[in-house]
Each structure stands twice: as C-alpha cells, then as structure tokens.
Design a protein around this ligand. Structure first.
Ligand SMILES: Nc1ncnc2c1ncn2[C@@H]1O[C@H](COP(=O)(O)OP(=O)(O)OP(=O)(O)O)[C@@H](O)[C@H]1O
Length: 283
C-alpha cells in the first residue's frame, strides 16, 4: 500500500524564552492508504497539537509532514478534519444539507455535483431523512454524523479526527464507531483518529500508535490483528481484543512514566542552556 501520510521528526514548541512549552517532542510515523490508524495518549500529551500540525493549522517548529508525497506547508485542500465539539463546528443557520455542501461551495464545485455529493454523504451516515432539518433540531450523535458526512463529501485523501466521539453518550459512541468502520470499509478512506480511550483505539484501529506523556513521542506502534468486520459485543470479548487492550494499557502506564522522566531531563537541559545563553549575553 502506498504511504498517504509521512510524519518525520515532528516537534512543536509553543512560545519562547522561559515560558516556552514543548508539546510535541519527536514524532515519526506513516499512515498507509486505506488504513485507519488510531493515536492514543494521556490527556495533555500533545495529540491535538500534532493533529493541528498535520492539518496545516500550526506551523511546527521542527520536522516535516508529507501528504501523498507533497510537503504540508499550509492547509491541504484534500484533507478534512472532524473535531470533538460538533455543536461549534456546524452552522446553525444552515440546514443539514447546507452544512454538508458548504465546503464544496468554497471549493467551487458545481451545484448539481454538490447536491449529489451531499446526498451520497448523508446517505452513508444514515441521515437522508434529516437533510432539510437544522442542526439544533438533531441529537448530539446526529450532529456528529452531519460533521462526518461533511468531511466525507469533500472526498478527502486523509480524514483527521480529534476525539470525535468524546462528547456523546456511550450507546451513541458505539453506533458512531461502527459507522466509521463501515464507511471506511466501503469507501477505502484513510483515517488518522486521536483518542484517549484505549478500548476505542483497539476497536477502531488497523493500527494503534501509543504516545508518551507530554511532550509527545511514540512509545509503540501496534498492528491490530482483528477481523475487518467488528462487533461491539463479540469483538470486545475476543481474546485478541482483551490481550491488545491490556498491552496498550500497560504501555501507557509503564512507558509514559519512562518518557516523563526523559522529558523532565530534556526540560532541565533546555533550562540550563537558556541560563547559559543569558549569562553569556549579560557578561
Ligand atoms: N496555544 C498554546 N500555547 C501554549 N501551550 C499550548 C497551546 N496549545 C496547547 N498547549 C499545551 O500543549 C500541551 C499539549 O496540548 P494538546 O491540546 O495538544 O494535548 P492533548 O493531548 O490533545 O490534550 P487532551 O487529550 O486533554 O485534549 C498542553 O500542555 C497544553 O497546555
């Protein structure tokens, strides 16, 4: 499979001087075309920062990102992002169909094509009947399905998802996870999904990348050897699923402590470097 995304030595530090904060330390990984890769890591480790760098919304302070071989230097046109907070990402004054069509209009896609694509995307998320409704007339889970339809309608080379199911109830979350697996299977989509939920990462992923505590680095890259067709009950009780989720949990507990110690060493070193430079400037 050809590589869709290549992240190499990614680093991001917010601010400068004494207030500087390194959110991402050194991330290198690839996502192959047609793959659903999950990134799991503790809260505040730098997952969203990494995703924003990949989406071209933040210019990283180090490393490179390539999307199907092209270096990412701004927001790529063939990339879509689904965020956790669906209520803020949909326009309340547009209908469901209007919201799905909106990015297509900006991309100057002819009206008939826009309509057809929106219809197809809404059908794939089971929302054909809600096309003329407004977002505020829908449940939270339905609104997130609209966000997913909007992302799919632009036929992105890569779909980025930042904790997309974290704001819905458990039952809806299961339904949305199954929807994503189904759409990914049917359309051959390439997806990079960030979550802090270990079970979700194993259930959804073809691969799970485990991140350390802040600043983020990769502590493991695991292949998920589960059948492509998954089921919320039987998959989750299978021996393979239970073993893998335990492995990810162990890695997060043990390796993040090691990484934390390494990060503290780096922070201490960075501080002493700054102090030396300040002393040199003042002497
Ligand atoms: N604009 C910013 N300026 C300074 N620091 C920031 C900025 N954005 C994020 N950070 C810091 O970078 C670190 C990583 O934040 P980020 O949101 O990427 O983590 P996360 O893993 O996505 O967290 P969560 O799982 O809680 O959403 C945090 O310590 C955060 O406070």
């Amino acid at each position: 499979m050809p590589t869709m995304l290549e992240v190499s030595g990614l680093k991001h530090r917010f601010g400068g001087g004494e207030g500087a904060h390194t959110a991402v330390r050194d991330l290198s990984f690839t996502v192959e075309t047609g793959e659903l890769a999950c990134i799991v890591g503790p809260s505040g480790c730098g997952k969203s920062t990494m995703l924003r760098c990949i989406a071209g919304l933040i210019k990283p302070t180090g490393g490179t990102i390539s999307l199907h071989g092209d270096k990412v230097e701004g927001v790529p046109g063939d990339l879509a992002v689904v965020f956790q907070d669906y209520s803020r990402s949909l326009f309340p004054w547009l209908t469901v169909a209007g919201n799905v069509e909106f990015p297509l209009r900006s991309a100057k896609i002819p009206r008939a094509d826009r309509r057809a694509r929106a219809r197809e995307a809404l059908e794939s998320v089971g929302l054909s009947a809600a096309a003329r409704k407004y977002p505020w007339q829908l449940s939270g889970g339905m609104q997130q399905r609209v966000s997913i339809a909007r992302a799919l309608a632009s036929r992105p080379a890569l779909l980025l998802m930042d904790e997309p199911f974290a704001s819905v109830d458990a039952q809806t979350r299961f339904e949305l996870e199954d929807l994503l697996r189904r759409v990914k299977q049917q359309q051959g989509s390439t997806v990079l999904l960030v979550t802090h939920d270990i079970d979700e990462s194993v259930y959804l992923g073809d691969r799970v990348l485990v991140l350390s505590k802040s600043p983020a680095s990769i502590v493991a890259d695991l292949k998920v050897d589960l059948p492509a067709e998954r089921d919320q009950i039987s998959t989750r009780e299978s021996a393979e699923f239970v073993a893998l989720r335990a492995e990810v949990a162990r890695l997060l507990r043990n390796r993040t402590d090691e990484a934390q110690a390494a990060a503290e060493d780096i922070a201490e070193w960075e501080l002493s470097e700054q102090e030396t430079k300040t002393e040199e400037r003042t002497s």
